[in-house]
Design a binder for this molecule. Structure first.
Ligand code: FES
Length: 141
């Protein structure tokens, strides 16, 4: 595996929450930084872009791990539930919509970004106060 595409150790991905990291879409001429999340569910590892499908600027993991219940990731803004293993929204204002998947692989205890459509920037959320304030707002019903 390409060491420049190592996201983190598998052990660093929590069982009942998410691990956030930063990527750039290689097809995006603007080179906008986006966030993605890793989630472990029943021995499987999945990776999704870190944005709700109700309002797509709203983050599921706001920097300290997304809330989860019974294998579903919860958007804390308006209560949408997304299956951690399929990404489908099972309840809430965007029911039936899917999170955007990224390809990852585990090799020798480490997680790698194998999705050719994204470059890896590193672990952790985008460090901007402006984005964080927007994603914690509940005023957009
Ligand atoms: S922004 Fe996620 S449910 Fe409304």
């Amino acid at each position: 595996m390409d060491s420049t595409r190592r996201i983190t150790a598998l052990e660093a991905v929590p069982e009942e929450s998410t691990f956030v990291f930063r990527v750039v879409d290689t097809d995006d001429d603007a080179n906008e930084v986006e966030e993605a999340i890793l989630v472990r569910q029943d021995g499987r590892l999945e990776c999704w872009l870190n944005y709700c499908q109700h309002f797509t600027h709203i983050k599921l993991d706001k920097g300290t791990g997304a809330a989860m219940r019974n294998g579903e990731i919860i958007c804390e803004n308006h209560g949408a539930y997304f299956e951690a293993d399929s990404g489908v929204c099972t309840f809430g204002p965007c029911e039936g919509a899917y999170l955007t998947a990224l390809e990852v692989a585990v090799d020798d205890g480490d997680v790698y970004l194998t999705d050719e459509g994204y470059d890896l920037l590193g672990p952790g959320p985008i460090p901007t106060d402006e984005v964080d304030r927007a994603s914690s707002s509940n005023v957009e019903f």
